[in-house]
Design a protein around this ligand. Structure first.
Ligand code: UDP
Length: 266
């Protein structure tokens, strides 16, 4: 079935059509969509919910394929503060940043209240297990219908999707790193008909498992979370941030459109 139109305005920021809404609006949308999907399991095409940050904006400039995949998303929200800063150039500035790491908790509380089921896909087995245990402890009434690590080949997609479908999941959280997680969602969307949301979540499990510390609030607000992550894990992230930041800045200035769009994405 055709998905209902989005009620919130959208703005093109750094080349991505980005939703202008609050964290709690997004959690409400998740609940509405998942309850609708339950009524129409056979026909509901999962909403693809991706996030935008400097890394993604820069990656889309280098990879036409990634740009195309991002344009297929139903919802893109501002994960990074620079995206929120850039939105100030538009007629619908974003009310706040929606980091997936924080949004997960809004979503978990909403799911506890409404009985939605989460499937946790991605990361190494150990980290996935630790993240699931941490979620269970913090949200005892949340139904985690299943989990699976993220180190499997394309030939195992069918089997992983079968597990997800049979678990009765409403939301699949997908942590496979950019751009693999976005590609995975697009490639398996048909197989996962009936699942309300496919939500990419990058490094979320590392935070939940306590393997990665979170930046202090002031750094998050100043748009410096990347600097904190860089200091924490320079070997892995130095290239990513030092190369991508100036390019992302250029693209955020160059590919942000002043006029907001309303309603559905397509
Ligand atoms: N990952 C995975 N399978 C892969 C590659 C990565 O499950 O083939 C996981 C990895 O273990 C990590 C997550 O994907 O938990 C990506 O984390 P990253 O910090 O790169 O995400 P981001 O910085 O994009 O939020």
């Amino acid at each position: 079935m055709a998905q209902p139109e989005l009620a919130h305005p959208q703005v093109v920021i750094g080349g991505f059509q980005t939703i202008s809404c609050t964290r709690s609006d997004l959690a409400d949308l998740m609940v509405e969509d998942c309850l609708r999907a339950r009524d129409r399991r056979d026909s509901w095409l999962s909403r693809l919910v991706f996030s935008s940050n400097g890394q993604g904006v820069a990656l889309a400039g280098r990879s036409l394929r990634f740009m195309e995949i991002m344009s297929k998303a139903d919802v893109v929200h501002a994960d990074g503060m620079p995206v929120v800063f850039a939105s100030k150039m538009t007629t619908a500035p974003l009310p706040e940043r929606i980091p997936t790491t924080d949004f997960f908790h809004d979503a978990a509380r909403a799911a506890e209240r409404t009985g939605l089921r989460f499937f946790m896909l991605g990361a190494k087995q150990e980290q996935n297990d630790a993240a699931v245990a941490a979620i269970r402890e913090r949200y005892p009434d949340l139904n985690i219908s299943g989990s699976h690590h993220g180190y499997f080949g394309e030939d195992e997609d069918e089997e992983v999707c079968r597990l997800i479908r049979e678990s009765g999941a409403d939301v699949v959280w997908i942590a496979l790193g950019k751009p693999r997680q976005e590609e995975w969602c697009l490639r398996n969307r048909e197989r996962l008909r009936g699942v309300g949301w496919l939500k990419t979540c990058g490094g979320l499990y590392a935070f939940l498992a306590g393997d990665a510390p979170r930046a202090p609030e002031w750094m998050q607000k100043a748009g410096l979370e990347w600097l904190f992550r860089l200091m924490d894990d320079p070997k892995r992230l130095a290239w990513r941030y030092l190369w991508t930041n100036p390019y992302a800045f250029y693209r955020l200035v160059r590919y942000t459109r002043r006029e907001a769009l309303t309603g559905a994405r397509r």
